[in-house]
Design a protein around this ligand. Structure first.
Ligand code: 13P
Length: 261
């Protein structure tokens, strides 16, 4: 059974390097004990480069964004090769907070996906509907299908077909800061299976993982991760509490030791 992928998205926290390093070291201590989980830490850019240089190879690192050009006059942007050179393996692309606050479009997200893959990064593409209120499943599936079609356009041609990607199904309303509470595990499982079907049939991506994000915490992680099709979790708020994140990691490690459902 492959390792569950548990990703800490620290978003724009903690506020100082000292706090970030303390959180990182506590996370690392919990992650190091576990052999059946891949832990990925995604700090904000300034802490990411400092920590990834200092603690090279101790854990997988991810960036929270990337630009699609390799260099030039793009004030404020960071290229895929810069990330790769800083020891970064993963990059979150198309997070709903960037779609919302930075007006990132599917076209921009697609360019970022292609650039990340070309540089040998593993993109973590975030998809998910804004609301479910009054919407039939058909609407939700169409929403996610359209995001995948636009965000993944042309990726089959990259890297000779050997690309790796992660898709995070993150219903926007379920993100803790939006206040909706976590999705019902069986409902997200339904969409995750739907996403896997699209990845297999339409994009033939040889190496992909589909994970869940949205108000994952130490109490509910097992309810999602117990399904073999839910191959990991993208964790926001709870990843800032090292003790709680450590519990999520050990739950994931335990589940993976059990035979498939
Ligand atoms: P929460 O875990 O705080 O709901 O955040 C989810 C998220 O946006 C991770 O990318």
């Amino acid at each position: 059974m492959s390792k569950k992928l548990i990703i800490a998205n620290w978003k724009m926290s903690p506020s100082t390097y000292a706090k970030a390093e303390t959180l990182f070291l506590a996370t690392l201590a919990a992650a190091r004990k576990l052999s059946r989980v891949e832990t990925v830490v995604c700090p904000p850019f300034p802490w990411l480069t400092d920590i990834s240089h200092k603690y090279k190879k101790s854990i997988s690192f991810g960036a929270q964004d990337v630009f699609w050009e390799e260099g030039g006059a793009y004030t404020g942007e960071v290229s895929p090769t810069m990330l790769k050179g800083s020891g970064v393996k993963y990059v979150i692309i198309g997070h709903s907070e960037r779609r919302l606050y930075l007006q990132e479009t599917d076209e921009m997200i697609n360019k970022k996906m292609l650039a990340a893959l070309r540089a040998g990064l593993v993109p973590i593409l975030c998809v998910g509907e804004w609301t479910r209120k009054g919407r039939p499943w058909k609407w939700i599936k169409n929403f996610v299908r359209k995001q995948l079609a636009e965000d993944l356009r042309g990726i089959a041609k990259i890297a000779g077909g050997s690309q790796k990607i992660v898709v995070a199904y993150e219903p926007v309303w379920a993100i803790s800061t939006f206040g909706g509470g976590p999705d019902k595990p069986e409902d997200s499982l339904k969409i995750i299976k739907f996403i896997k079907g699209i990845l297999d049939s339409r994009f033939q991506i040889p190496d992909s993982k589909v994970i869940y994000g949205g108000s994952v915490n130490a109490k509910n992680a097992v309810d999602f991760l117990k399904y073999p099709d839910v191959e990991g979790a993208l964790v926001g708020g709870a990843s800032l509490r090292a003790g709680e994140f450590g519990k999520i990691l050990s739950e994931a490690n335990l589940i993976n030791a059990k035979p498939s459902l």
